[in-house]
Design a protein around this ligand. Sequence first.
Ligand code: HSE
Length: 305
Amino acid sequence: NSIKVFSPSTVANVGCGYDVLGFALDGIGEEMIVTETADGKMEIEENEKFDLPLKPEKNVATVAAKALLEAAGVEKGYRFSFDKHIHPGSGMGTSASSSAGAVFAVNELIGRPFDTKQLVEFAMEGEKMLSGKAHADNVAPNLLGGFTLVRAYGPLDVLQLPTPEDLYVAIVHPQVVVKTTDAKRMLKQTVKLEKAVSQWGNVGGLVSGLYESDYDLIGRSMEDHIVEPIRKLLIPLYDDVKAQAMTDGAIGCSIAGSGPSIFAFAKGKETAEKIKASMQSIYDEVGILAYTYLSKIGTEGVRVI
Ligand code: HSE
């Protein structure tokens, strides 16, 4: 009783939409093999590439899968083996792809008792264990594909948004460590009304831009007046990368999730390629190790392969 799934990486926040907006990447993520164990225990297979938590109570995949199994009243254990394409701690939803992939896989193996939106709630348990707060802006696009909006958390109301055909994303992951817990803690708990007005104007504009495939509107709606000015201080050369991306033709550029990765949207692959190359060379010039990626928006969420 075993299954193999592909679980996409995701970019949360999308500039103006802190904790509510997110999108999936196309073909970038992780493969996961989930196999039922004979002794009913949860197990994480040691990873060749990355140092992943091996204790079931410390790994997001087993925590999320356990939440699902308990709700289903099923007493079974599973062994999880991961092949991750990107480095954990990138801000590209690497933990979310494990928790969402795990609940998706286990749900399939036990006969699919839950629908996708219920899976979002179970996957959030993994996020909660990791960052102290159960946010869904990464696990929702992972499970549903494309762009998603978490309209409300209590009760959870997740909406799927359309994907403009020609929208590409260039991403750079400079190798500095930013923990989501720290990146959350550093934010102010209150927001000036003036800033809030600009921010919700932008969230509405971005959603409308996605519906209309209006690339200019998407671009001018992405600016984040609340989170980016604080978090960018953790990311080396952030302003340079953003300025160069805009010069290269990006429609918008911001922090991927809680960072340190930076993403830029472009209309068309050629522009996105150019932005990606500039991102790489900015870090190469100063000797900071950085990985770059190019992707379309992943319209398909986690799936069996
Ligand atoms: N939206 C959250 C944050 C989680 O920015 O802190 C992203 O991983």
